[in-house]
Design a protein around this ligand. Structure first.
Ligand code: FES
Length: 290
């Protein structure tokens, strides 16, 4: 590992150990949970309508706009001043939904991840404030000040992006927890039909994949038992009368019929399993492999 990589990871680790951040993180996180209680808003911010998380998509907008503004400042001269100012403004506008989607994702994290996420968010808030100062300075004719503020703001944004990258790619926040489960094409015998009573949630194994098997109003259904959001055990969740299962960890809801997300923070549907009963034995295989 290079000295630079060592230094970066040691900064991230220090932030992760800073328990002094916990009280502030909890207060903000509780407020985010309150604001995002309506299902339509939670789903919109989580990317439940998109099939993966929304936040990484939106981050491209402010980073791209502010990066392009700095590029114009460095290479474009006076004639590109108006375009650079518009790009700074565009980045500021885009930072609002970007921050909201990030806050919604962050509120489900815990421990070191929550602390690193808090510093990520606060750094971005500082960077956006600097960009707002830059826009105002440019608009009032102080272009040099605006250019300097943009450059500092972008540097902070990029440092903060490192923390976001750590959360996603090192810690796996937002990664579909069923992504590496291999589909099973052959029917697998998992239980006796009489073992699965109406209203019960049972975890069975198909090869090495945990599957949630349940019966509701006499009908057997099965989806992967590991919650796509963060790996929660769905067999410990709640079977709802509307045919959904609620994850016990962060309250994501999935339709048992097709695995679709009914409520975030999950953004990826649960894999669905086909069920058959032969000679009073329950057989399962991955759906879509007939
Ligand atoms: S693990 Fe987060 S909602 Fe299931």
């Amino acid at each position: 590992m290079s000295d630079q990589t060592n230094m970066l990871s040691s900064v991230v680790q220090r932030i992760g150990r800073a328990t002094a951040l916990d009280a502030t993180a909890k207060k903000i996180s509780d407020s985010v949970d309150t604001v995002t209680r309506p299902t339509w808003l939670k789903n919109a911010l989580s990317g439940s309508w998109l099939g993966h998380q929304l936040h990484p998509v939106l981050t491209d907008l402010p980073i791209g706009a502010w990066g392009a503004a700095v590029a114009l400042d460095l290479t474009g001269g006076e004639e590109s001043a108006a375009a650079a100012r518009r790009l700074v403004g565009l980045g500021i506008l885009a930072s609002a939904p970007t921050a909201m989607s990030g806050a919604s994702d962050w509120s489900s994290t815990r421990g070191a991840d929550k602390r690193v996420g808090l510093i990520h968010a606060l750094s971005n808030a500082v960077a956006t404030t600097l960009q707002a100062g830059s826009w105002l300075a440019r608009r009032s004719g102080h272009r040099r000040t605006g250019v300097a503020l943009s450059a500092i703001g972008l540097s902070i944004t990029l440092a903060s992006a490192h923390l976001g990258g750590h959360l996603s790619f090192v810690r796996g926040i937002g990664v579909n927890r069923t992504a590496f489960q291999r589909p099973t094409r052959k029917w697998a015998d998992v239980a006796a039909d009489s073992e699965i009573l109406d209203g019960t949630l049972v975890r069975v194994m198909v090869n090495d994949v945990p599957v949630l098997l349940t019966r509701q109003a006499g009908r057997l259904r099965a989806i992967s038992a590991v919650c796509t959001h963060a790996g929660g055990p769905l067999e410990e969740g709640t079977l709802d009368p509307d045919g959904c299962i609620t994850c016990p960890w962060h309250g994501s809801r999935f339709h048992l019929e097709d695995g679709a997300v009914a409520r975030g923070p999950a953004s990826v549907p649960q894999p669905v399993w086909e069920v058959d009963v032969v000679d009073e034995r329950i057989l399962l295989r991955s759906a879509g492999n007939a």
